[in-house]
Structure formats: structure tokens, C-alpha cells
Ligand binder design. Structure first.
Ligand SMILES: [Zn+2]
Length: 255
């Protein structure tokens, strides 16, 4: 049986390796349209397509446990919360520099997304049965790429803001929230029973996915797309498409 702690630690720590990209910071500076465009495609997939598909899939389940109206209100609160966080970080008075706003917004996105990743991972281990986690080379490689790119989402804005190596690396530690999150489904199952625990996990995952979606929308409109499009030319549009399709293909290999 695969050990949840090992998997969760790996999952949590992979984004830290994106710090290797720090050595290529001059290249990133010179190819801003391509780099930020590609990441915009990644955010569009992870935050809008993937997270929103999760919300739409979870909604009938939530409605079955309560009512359609209650599920709609619950998920709308999730959407509003993500938008509020994004608005607070991008438009609030607390962060002065524009380049720093994008960093904290992407770090919040990575934190939210990492909790979601952890919950999904931990859910497969609930109930004592042998988990149905696929451990083949392709799935592992795809998972590594997926988490590495998520680290890059935070690192590239940090490099652009001229953050030094150490604070940039420390910022990537938000991805470690995956590790405690992976144990939450088990805790819910232990304290609430198998059925109630599992529906609580689904409710929490779906709520977080809704917040992730609206935060991603602001991140795209206010962060990645303006940065990608600020240079002349149309290469950035091609980069957005390549980023979107690329991360989609990576997800086809794991899901
Ligand atoms: Zn992920």
C-alpha cells in the first residue's frame, strides 16, 4: 500500500524545485510575452477550466445533500470569497508595488490550489481500502510537471519583481499546505463517520475550487494577460494557447 505521508510530502515539495528556474532569470526578462503568456494559459486551465469543472461536478452532489438553493448559495459564497481575495490583493491599499501585488495573488492561488490538490490526494486513502492512486512512470512524470509549473506561477512574478533567491524560495513554501490538507479527509472520516466525512470533504473541495476559479479570473485579467500583452507582437497569444493546451495534456495523463 502506498503511504499517504510519502505521497503528500512529494506532492507538497515538488513546486519548491521550480527555484531552479531562478538561474534563467535574464532569459525570462527578455521573453516576457512568451513566459507570461504561457503561464496565463496555465492559469486559465487550472483556475477556470479545471476548478470550474470540479465545481460543476460537485454541485449536484451538494444539492442532493441539501437543496439546490443551498448549494447555489454555498458555491456563490465560494466564488465571492475568491474574488474578494483577488480584489483585496490587486486593488487594496495594503500592497504598494504593482509587481508585488501579482506575487501575493499568485501565492494565494498556489495555496488555495495546493489545499485542493491535497484534499483530492487524501480522499483516495479514506476507508482503509487499498488506494486507487496510479503510480506508473507516466502519471508520476505528469504530476511532477503539473506541480513544477504551479511553482513557476509564483516564481516568475517574484523574479520579475527582482526578488532575491532566498525570499523567492521561501514563498514557494506555501505549496507545502498540500501535506496537512492530504490528511483532512481522513480526519473528517474519523470524526464524522465515513459517509458524512466524505460529503464534508467534497463540500470543502468544491467550495475551495469555486474560490480558486474567481481568484484565477482576476489573476488572469489583472496579472498575467496585461504582463504578457504589454510587449508588441502577437507571440503572447500563441503562448497562451500553448500553455493552455500543454497543461491540459498533462492533466489527461493523470486523470
Ligand atoms: Zn495542482
Amino acid at each position: 500500500m502506498t503511504d499517504l505521508a510519502v505521497l503528500a510530502a512529494g506532492f507538497g515539495a515538488i513546486p519548491l524545485t521550480s527555484i531552479l528556474l531562478y538561474s534563467f532569470r535574464d532569459w525570462f526578462d527578455r521573453h516576457r510575452d512568451v513566459v507570461w503568456g504561457g503561464l496565463a494559459g496555465v492559469v486559465a486551465f487550472l483556475g477556470l477550466s479545471h476548478a470550474m469543472a470540479f465545481v460543476l461536478e460537485g454541485k449536484p452532489f451538494l444539492a442532493a445533500g441539501g437543496s439546490t438553493a443551498a448549494a447555489t448559495v454555498f458555491l456563490s459564497v465560494g466564488l465571492a470569497l475568491g474574488a474578494l481575495v483577488g480584489w483585496f490583493l490587486f486593488e487594496g491599499p495594503f500592497i504598494g508595488m504593482e509587481s508585488t501585488r501579482i506575487i501575493w495573488a499568485t501565492a494565494s492561488f498556489l495555496a488555495l490550489h495546493s489545499v485542493g490538490d491535497g484534499l483530492v490526494l487524501g480522499r483516495d486513502f479514506v476507508g482503509g481500502a487499498v488506494p486507487i492512486v496510479r503510480i506508473d512512470p507516466l502519471a508520476v512524470a505528469a504530476t511532477v510537471v503539473h506541480r513544477f509549473v504551479e511553482g513557476a506561477l509564483v516564481l516568475i512574478p517574484a523574479i520579475a519583481a527582482r526578488w532575491r533567491l532566498r525570499p523567492s524560495f521561501l514563498l514557494l513554501f506555501v505549496s507545502l499546505v498540500t501535506i496537512p490538507a492530504a490528511f483532512v479527509p481522513g480526519l473528517f472520516a474519523d470524526s464524522l463517520g465515513l459517509a458524512n466525512g466524505s460529503s464534508t470533504t467534497v463540500a470543502l473541495s468544491t467550495f475551495l475550487a469555486a474560490s480558486e476559479a474567481s481568484l484565477a479570473l482576476l489573476l488572469l485579467m489583472r496579472g498575467f494577460l496585461p504582463m504578457a500583452g504589454s510587449d508588441r507582437g502577437t507571440r503572447w497569444i500563441a503562448a497562451v494557447v500553448i500553455g493552455f493546451v500543454g497543461i491540459s495534456v498533462v492533466h489527461f495523463l493523470v486523470e
